[in-house]
Design a protein around this ligand. Structure first.
Ligand code: CNA
Length: 439
């Protein structure tokens, strides 16, 4: 990445601004900055320093909760996992502090005007309805389908040291992940509607698919915490490299190299051990000011991102929308003000929108934005249905919507989708006739 002070890693319980390299979950491993996840590492979080720290934090939080709360019984995380892995969509709806459904409780707060600084924390689960697999869902997730990439362990494909030695596995995957083949879905447009209503303080996404931008969430409302394909640079000296040239090289199975030091160039997607973008630091202002936190479609396994959810004020409601309980929502009882709605996210968000009375407006917004940002698709019925992630076919579909095609690349998306500059009042004045958005 570009030399900021933040990088990623799987989960350890650190304040989000104190360790800012990308890290893996302490439940599976605990690593330090600039070190890659090691599959041989002990899995018991209690054996590591950060695991002990985390347990202490949990203990004190639990004591605090117990002193304050009388809550409905919620299923244990084991129960929820077994339900979700058995394929059954849990009908469980749990709320931290009231017998009212979590969703309707939060909808009520929004309608009462109590939530005007909403922060959204999002992960790969918001894009599965667009046909992009997440990381960890058993069977369909990327980690379960990496055989052909020939990597020693799943996370290696996003490990900067591994990439330095062998960029091919990531480039093969990048061919399938490059933005252009997938459309935003109802969930993205729900987030956009929060902005439209003047309620969105910021959306923090771990996703690298650019779909928030493409659906029209403005740049200043969006933090792509794990980077994106919109820019590219040398993985060693960070010299910027034209992103379209990098894309062209990768799509043609060649390796883009730095004009300054000849090392391999990569899209500015943040790898394990790399710094997070500077914009990530907006969290120090946003989370303390949030009056509602919505967490959607993430396993909260990657640090420092995952710990962000613990930095809102203790009185601020947190709503988890996911297939199963994650992070602090795995604790029983839930913290007062915590709510979760478990099940398929697209379905849940539709229900949430209905409770808020926003359904019709979201549908309209989808139609308008899709027409604005997708002139090519609107005139091409055959391409309207391409929502499924196909590692080999995605690259093959590139010429049709490849470099230079309006709406195809991240830069085009910004322009054509008008996500960065177009205001909602501007887009609202335009009308359209059809929608290509998925779900
Ligand atoms: P993850 O660890 O794969 O977790 C996804 C979560 O979403 C899981 O808890 C799933 O159960 C849940 N989920 C998935 N689909 C649904 C659904 N339809 N309804 C309800 N819940 C659902 O992914 P995270 O985002 O937590 O991990 C962060 C990684 C993933 C980031 O670094 C990303 O770059 C990376 N990633 C991004 C994309 C993307 O940009 N679309 C795709 C795959 C991975």
């Amino acid at each position: 990445m570009n030399g900021s002070e933040s990088s990623w890693d799987e989960k350890a319980s650190q304040p989000p601004d104190s360790r800012t390299s990308l890290r893996s979950s302490s439940r599976t491993r605990t690593r330090t900055r600039h070190s890659d996840p090691d599959p041989a590492e002990p899995q018991d979080p209690g054996q590591s320093l950060h695991g002990k720290q985390r347990r202490r934090n949990l203990d004190s939080a639990l004591a605090e909760d117990l002193s304050q709360i009388s809550v409905d019984a919620v299923p244990t995380s084991k129960e929820k996992r077994s339900r979700s892995s058995s394929g059954a969509v849990p009908s469980c709806r749990s709320s931290g502090s009231t017998s009212r459904s979590g969703l309707s409780s939060v909808a009520r707060l929004v309608k009462l005007g109590r939530c005007k600084n909403v922060v959204v924390v999002a992960g790969a689960g918001i894009s599965t309805a667009s046909g992009i697999p997440d990381f960890r869902t058993p069977g369909t997730g990327l980690y379960a389908n990496l055989e052909k990439y020939n990597v020693p362990y799943p996370e290696a494909i996003f490990n900067i040291d591994f990439f330095s030695n062998d960029p091919q596995p990531f480039f093969l995957l990048a061919k399938a992940l490059y933005p252009g083949a997938h459309r935003p879905n109802y969930i993205h447009y729900f987030i956009r509607m929060l902005h439209h209503k003047g309620l969105l303080r910021r959306v923090y996404t771990q996703n690298i698919d650019g779909l928030e931008k493409l659906c029209g969430v403005p740049d200043d409302k969006l933090v792509e915490a794990h980077g994106s394909f919109a820019t590219a640079s040398c993985h060693l000296c960070y010299t910027p490299y034209p992103s379209e040239e990098a894309k062209r090289a990768i799509m043609n199975d060649s390796i883009p190299t730095c004009s300054f030091c000849a090392a391999t160039v990569k899209p500015d997607v943040v790898f394990f051990g790399e710094d997070l973008p500077q914009k990530y630091f907006l969290h120090t202002e946003d989370f303390p000011k949030a009056d509602l936190l919505i967490i959607m479609g993430t396993s909260l396994q990657i640090e420092p991102f995952a710990s962000l959810v613990n930095t809102v004020r203790s009185t601020v409601p947190r709503l988890l929308l996911n297939r199963h309980a994650v992070g602090p929502f795995e604790r029983v009882p839930l913290r007062r003000g915590d709510h979760m709605e478990l099940g398929d996210l697209a379905e849940t968000v539709r229900r949430f929108a209905k409770l808020l009375g926003w359904s019709g407006e979201i549908e309209e917004l989808m139609k308008r934005q899709e027409l604005l940002s997708l002139p090519a698709l609107v005139t091409s019925p055959s391409s309207q249905s391409t929502q499924t992630f196909r590692p080999d076919a995605a690259a093959a579909s590139e010429p049709e919507r490849g470099a230079g095609t309006p709406g195809s690349g991240p830069r085009d998306q910004r322009g054509a989708g008008s996500g960065g500059e177009d205001t909602d009042s501007e887009t609202d004045s335009k009308s359209s006739t059809s929608s290509n958005a998925s779900k």
